[in-house]
Design a protein around this ligand. Structure first.
Ligand code: MLT
Length: 373
């Protein structure tokens, strides 16, 4: 599979790269080369990338929301089933007794030890109804579960994809209080870190199952251990084990396998590569996590210039003034902001010149100027 146009070369030498495609490798300690224009994470989480450092240098960071959602959804469902019945214990029993010539009979006595419950009719709470949360919600409805979800940032697109059988609630507290299974699908941010902790666990039903296919630090490990030991939590299913949780009784852990399917890996790589190509070739930003979305399609004017800059007053007039001072007419423009950073695109009626690019670059607060055409 190659999602790159023939004009794009590839390199393993980070120091000379203009664009980087990364999965789980940490980029926090790397020196970011001057040549670097963009980074695309083949996945949703971006905690392996220094977003602010990149933004300060005008490096746009992309992710691929939704591209691996089905792979993760399927493993979440598997996680619920593994928590509901002792499938692993039963499999181990068969492996341990495989030499028994009478296994077909002895298992009928042994199987009682591995009996469990069904998930049909149980209540599942979903915290975070992004691409993955919505797919999990709909699949659980299909399996006969009662589903409630909470997401103060629910997008119109995700809302439209959500089964009408999913009840939306206003607070996580409602999810904590009502559910037999709780699954978290939120990014790891300062205000989500440790959201499953002693206080939230104390609101939950006894014997609740917690599923974490998002990031390990969303859960406070010590509080989880206490809750597992007391029986408050029946099982903690996680795709992000660490040295503590991997050693806890009651934990069902996978080695970050949610998106490790052929389909998810291909979808993420293709989406990430397409976004990088569109940014390099056209200057368009789609699905960035540190710069605003800004899309002017393919340029059909003689010139296009893209500017990464600080989100500060008087910037637009200075940028447009630079074009005016070079007697260049702007035929179309787009300016968008996200937090401290902004991005402006200018389609112009004559081919771009280095002189106007230099004038733009000289403006205080401008981080990067790129001649696209
Ligand atoms: C994600 O954030 O989407 C996953 O961590 C992707 C992966 O498994 O690399």
């Amino acid at each position: 599979m190659n999602a790159l146009p023939a004009t794009f070369g590839t390199t393993d030498n980070f120091a000379e790269a203009q664009a980087v495609l990364v999965r789980s490798a940490s980029m926090h300690e790397l020196d970011l080369p001057e040549s670097l224009l963009a980074v695309a994470r083949a996945g949703a989480g971006v905690n392996n990338i220094p977003l602010d450092k990149c933004a300060e240098k005008g490096i746009v960071v992309f992710n691929t929301p939704g591209a691996n959602a089905n792979g993760v959804k399927e493993l979440v469902i598997a996680g619920m089933l593994l928590a509901a019945r002792d499938i692993r214990g039963g499999m181990k029993w068969v492996a341990d007794n495989k030499e028994d010539a009478n296994i077909g009979k002895t298992m009928e006595k042994a199987k009682n030890a591995f009996a469990g419950t069904e998930i049909k009719g149980k209540k599942l709470g979903i915290i975070g109804l992004g691409a993955i949360g919505v797919l999990v919600a709909n699949a659980a409805v299909g399996l006969g579960m009662e589903v409630i979800g909470c997401d103060p940032y629910l997008s119109v697109t995700n809302a439209l994809h959500l089964s009408t059988k999913v009840e939306l609630v206003k607070s996580n507290a409602e999810v904590f209080a009502q559910c037999d299974y709780i699954t978290v699908h939120v990014p790891l941010l300062e205000d989500t870190k440790g959201m499953i902790n002693r206080a939230s666990l104390s609101m939950m039903k006894d014997g609740v199952v917690i599923l974490n296919f998002a990031r390990d630090l969303l859960v406070n490990d010590d509080d989880m251990q206490e809750a597992l030991e007391s029986g408050k939590v029946k099982k903690y299913v996680t795709d992000f084990p660490n040295a503590k949780t991997a050693n806890m009784d009651g934990v069902i852990a996978f080695p970050h396998l949610g998106a490790s399917t052929e389909e998810s890996e291909d979808n993420c790589a293709i989406m990430a590569a397409k976004q990088l190509v569109d940014y390099i070739e056209n200057g368009n930003i789609i699905n960035s996590v540190n710069y605003p979305a800004c899309d002017m399609g393919v340029c059909n004017k003689p010139g296009r210039i893209a500017v990464n800059h600080k989100n500060v007053p008087n910037m637009i007039s200075q940028l447009t003034g630079a074009f005016a001072s070079e007697n260049i007419n702007i035929s179309d423009m787009l300016n968008k902001s996200r937090g401290d950073f902004s991005y402006s695109m200018f389609d112009i009626d004559s081919p771009s010149t280095q002189a106007v690019a230099d004038k733009l670059m000289a403006i205080d607060g401008v981080i990067k100027v790129r001649i696209i055409k």
